[in-house]
Design a protein around this ligand. Structure first.
Ligand code: ZN
Length: 468
């Protein structure tokens, strides 16, 4: 039994046209006009709607052990929440625990992710570079099919790597044709600022952004890109929030460096007034890097970046903690678990504020939210609508208006950082691996139906030796 999607406007990163799509099993098998349903086919009428490749979230943390607790969505609830928001594939971060080898961490992550309801892969986060790390990195790429790494330049005393380790990780990744994704903040400066603020009795969530000013992110972005440039490594800067970081990436790109940048809706749509909400409400917005002040050019730089291709992708950094979990930092903002939900809000916000807000068109929206993550990270069968691609498809109804709210989202988090945001249209249908998993009202998912997707290293790898 197949699936026939009739009369929708197909939108890919490059094209926009009305046609029908045939799906058999988990694959797109036909695109054309006036395709006929066969006996047993399910038919979906998509007239007046946008039919897009399923969105891919390149930045999420499901059931992440972090800051003394575990993020509130597990792989099942988190990917299900994604489906309700049009996301059909995630890239989580597999974290090397203290004393753990990289393959041991992967084994642990596979146990957690087995309940996912969309396809998934990981970025492999290296938190300690030792003598065996180069061999382990090779195993991660060649045996496990994980072709991107992650480094944290912040969180000193926990998961931060120093410059020496950063240098070596960039060097090894270049040899493997792997991408290095980077959390870029100057961890030493943050560490000192946090301690000074706490010593001065500045304990509320409103001091979180004070401890991590934008210059700290700009400097680290510059330094990460320099380290990548030394070795010809492909670098990808995650969750960029400020003009200093965008400008550093622009300079690198314009000098010919192969590098990418990601931002997230919260950095485009929120400003630092959120931290002063009453009753410790500001804690919901504590994440790193922090949400920035308005009216000083950060938002403009980010919007310009996503519109003019200096930024490449839109992730979410979905890493929710409930209000109860956030209370660990009541009386000391440095102990507030960092993170918020966002996987379910991304597409609707991009459409409502990016497209309807006049910043970019629907094709660029598809590129930012699906095609670019697929291409940068080697998800060969995802990120577009074409014969032979995975049947991960989102159908968006642009009519009507709505509101984002924790009352209606499917994340286990009891807060939504976009609470009350007005939106245009909604995700009418999400098709995951050829099956309707969301019909606009109800989730129809099967625990564990998501697959781990293996990837191949970048074709740039073969040129790495002459590129340096
Ligand atoms: Zn993150």
């Amino acid at each position: 039994m197949g699936l026939l999607i009739k009369g929708g406007e197909i939108v890919t990163a490059s094209d926009r046209y009305v046609a029908d799509i045939r799906v058999d099993g988990g694959t797109i098998t036909g695109i054309g006009t006036n395709l006929e349903a066969r006996t047993g086919d399910e038919t979906l009428d998509a007239a007046g709607k946008l039919v897009m490749p399923g969105f891919i979230d390149p930045h999420v943390h499901m059931e992440l052990p972090f800051m003394g607790t575990v993020s509130a969505d597990d792989f099942e609830s988190g990917t299900a929440s994604g489906i309700a928001g049009g996301t059909t594939c995630i890239i989580d971060f597999c974290m090397q625990g203290a004393g753990q080898t990289l393959p041991q961490a992967i084994e642990e992550w596979h146990k957690r992710s087995a309940k996912a309801v969309t396809d998934f892969t990981y970025h492999m986060a290296i938190t300690n570079f030792g003598p065996n790390t180069p061999a382990e990195m090779r195993e991660v790429v060649e045996k496990h099919g994980i072709t991107s790494f992650k480094v944290f330049m912040a969180y000193k005393g926990a998961i931060m790597v120093d410059d020496g380790q950063l240098y070596l990780i960039m060097k090894e990744a270049a040899k493997l044709g792997a991408v290095v994704t980077v959390h870029a903040e100057n961890g030493e400066a943050v560490w000192n600022l946090q301690r000074e603020l706490v010593a001065a009795g500045c304990m509320g969530p409103e001091y979180h952004p004070v401890s991590r000013p934008s210059a700290i992110e700009g400097e680290a972005t510059e330094r990460a890109l320099m380290m990548a440039r030394l070795h010809g490594t492909t670098a990808y800067i995650v969750h960029m929030t400020c003009k200093e970081a965008v400008h550093a990436l622009e300079r690198a790109k314009l000098s010919g460096q192969r590098c990418y940048g990601e931002t997230c809706p919260q950095y485009l749509l929120l400003d630092d007034s959120v931290f002063t909400k009453p009753d410790f409400g500001g804690s919901a917005f504590v994440m790193s890097p922090p949400i920035r002040p308005g009216h000083v050019g950060h938002h403009d730089a980010l919007w310009a970046g996503v519109a003019n291709r200096m930024l490449d992708s839109m992730g979410t950094d979905h890493c929710p903690f409930t209000h109860e979990q956030k209370k660990a930092g009541l009386g000391d903002f440095t102990k507030i678990p960092n993170g918020a939900a966002g996987i379910e809000d991304r597409l609707t916000l991009m459409y409502s504020y990016g497209v309807r807000g006049g910043h970019f068109d629907v094709q660029r929206m598809v590129e930012l939210g699906s095609t670019a993550p697929a291409r940068i990270f080697g998800l060969a069968k995802k990120g577009s609508i074409a014969v032979g691609m995975d049947a991960d498809i989102v159908i968006y109804d642009p009519s009507g208006e709505g509101t984002r709210s924790a009352k209606t989202h499917h994340s286990r988090c009891d807060r939504n950082i976009f609470e009350g945001f007005k939106t245009y249209g909604h995700v009418a249908t999400t098709i995951v691996n050829g099956k309707v998993a969301w019909d606009g009202k109800k989730l129809m998912t099967t625990r564990g139906s998501g697959r781990f997707v293996t990837r191949k290293p970048s074709h740039f790898a073969q040129h790495a030796e002459v590129k340096v």
